[in-house]
Design a protein around this ligand. Structure first.
Ligand code: OAD
Length: 237
């Protein structure tokens, strides 16, 4: 195990996952009753699934976009926004979530490594624009007119966004926290190892032990709306 307890000069890198939005009413993926139980991941979260049945994929993300639009940020999102405001330029917030609840709580910037429900992407020319609330199969790209508009979500088999910036932040981290993520999806699941190699103190904040728990220095268990505000209070003294 590596790393020291945090000090005010830290560069803090935080990775969030579905567990941080669970208490805002948005389902996680792999917990009991999670999204991947009801919707086969290969059908709704791969380029091959989209090619096979674009209407099904658009319906899945339309549903998630509608749920996300109704959700409010919870105390965990608010606490992380407070930490970021209190340490300007010293908190890199990376999320695997495609909702906008960190932004709704006031976090800025937020690195969306798996894309965002709010975005649309042309599968032909890579043009990006704001997604309408409802996308349709065969929707036309406003730039190249190809009927290949898709949600701007990173699917399995695709490269997550902003990796260079993320690796740069991890290699300078003195404190790394993974919050509400099961540690089953790479490359995000490997961030703890990069941070640990850089000498960061690594904290897992999650309901259950993640798949990578042994890579962390400390584990904090409990619902994010309780554990995250308490952890942030501790950092802010
Ligand atoms: P998972 O569904 O895999 O894991 C959610 C984690 O959150 C679990 O470890 C739970 O124990 C924990 N959890 C649930 N409720 C919680 C709460 N109230 N407080 C704290 N922790 C809680 O979700 P992710 O790890 O985010 O990717 O999944 C990673 C990626 O896999 C997603 O971004 C998505 C998915 O496939 C793509 O779609 C590309």
């Amino acid at each position: 195990m590596t790393g020291q307890p945090p000090s005010p000069a830290d560069h803090i890198v935080i990775l969030t996952g579905a567990g941080v939005s669970a208490e805002s009413g948005l389902g996680t993926f792999r917990d009991k009753g999670g999204l991947w139980e009801e919707y086969p991941v290969e059908q709704v979260a791969t380029p091959e699934g989209f090619a096979a049945d674009p209407a099904l994929v658009q319906r899945f993300y339309n549903m998630r976009r509608a749920h996300a639009a109704e959700a409010q940020p919870n105390d965990a999102h608010h606490a992380l926004a407070l930490l970021q405001r209190d340490h300007p330029g010293r908190v890199t917030l990376i999320t695997q979530n495609v909702d906008a609840l960190h932004e709704a709580a006031g976090s800025d910037p937020v690195i969306h490594m798996h894309g965002a429900l709010a975005g649309a992407l042309c599968a032909t020319c890579d043009h990006r624009w704001s997604a309408p609330q409802e996308m349709r199969a065969g929707e036309v790209c406003p730039a190249c007119a190809a009927p290949t508009a898709r949600p701007d979500i990173v699917w399995f088999g695709e490269m997550p966004y902003h990796m260079e910036e993320i690796i740069g932040a991890l290699s300078q981290a003195t404190l790394f926290a993974a919050i509400g993520t099961s540690g089953q999806v790479y490359p995000a699941a490997g961030f703890v190892q990069i941070a640990a190699e850089a000498g960061a103190h690594c904290v897992e904040i999650n309901l259950d032990a993640s798949a990578t728990v042994s890579d962390f220095d400390t584990a904090i268990r409990g619902p994010a709306t309780e554990t995250v505000p308490a952890w942030v209070d501790g950092l802010l003294g």
